[in-house]
Design a protein around this ligand. Sequence first.
Ligand SMILES: [Fe+2]
Length: 353
Amino acid sequence: MAGLCTSVSVASQFTVAAKEMFQQGLPETLLVVDSDPVGRQLFRGVLKSSRYRILEASDVSEAIAILRNDKVDLVVTDLVLRDLSGLDLCRKLRAEKSTRLIPILVVTSVQTVESEIAGLDAGASEFLVKPISPMALRTRIRGMLRTKHVVDSLDEAESILFAMARIVDTRDSETGDHCERLAELSVLIGSAMGLPQADLTALRQGGYLHDIGKVATPDAILFKPGPLSEEEWAIMRQHTIVGESICRPMRSLRPVLPIIRHHHERWDGSGYPDGLRGEEIPLLARILQLTDVYDAIISKRSYKQAFDPDEALEMMQQEVDRGWRDPALFELFLSVMRRVREGNSATDTSDSA
Ligand SMILES: [Fe+2]
């Protein structure tokens, strides 16, 4: 019964999140960036008959200020602006998570192969050469917005998965911030190893998504105060496989799948779901596993008290000695934890001074 109630509440929270994300029917917002007021007036005139909401900026700084405060669906920018160039604007938009998917149409006086390559390199989506044909502009914008809707739906699907993972985390841990801590600590370990940015991104996402499969684990098993029966363990182990299958359709989450599937493997091959051993276990899954175990030990759960960090590291050392964890990686983990704790105590001292 408790499982049913939780499932209903998870479903209703999920529905609210989905509704908020899929609001439809609003006119699309276009941001026109042109330092020449006559140029902006021209765009407004051409697009007057369309159902767009049009915002205007005269340079890159103004455009960025608008993009910070308003939801923009497409940017049309002149290549030459009074502060920076249209390509600088492209680069700035592509560098920010909130604006990286906005299509950008660059309007230019001259288009050569070299300028097109430079534009694509900066993140421009399409180009239009002056003098602009009103029909070409309208058609191009309609096409770009259609593509954006497809991209948006993918991005929103990813957001929904993260919202779901957040709900699972709240259900599973006392405070609901276990995933956040895992993501931070895993990235810290990955950075200390000099891993590339793509791996750090996968580690951050893995921190949130690794236990998403628990959405299918009944409460009676998840919150059982005593030891699980063999049958219950079999269901519990399924969360790794269920989680992988939930995230598999998202192409952008492919690098996270090995973390989700293998974060309960053990160095000696006694883990699950595949009984991988040693370096057969993907490195990112081994990293996430150490931070997961550490955070679980130092956190209070319904069935156990929180241990202090020294006790946690001692217990993890015993697991290394038993053959469960990667010994070399644990050494690195210890050194990073030492640095983190020294950093914290330095902060504490300066705060109290
Ligand atoms: Fe797990």
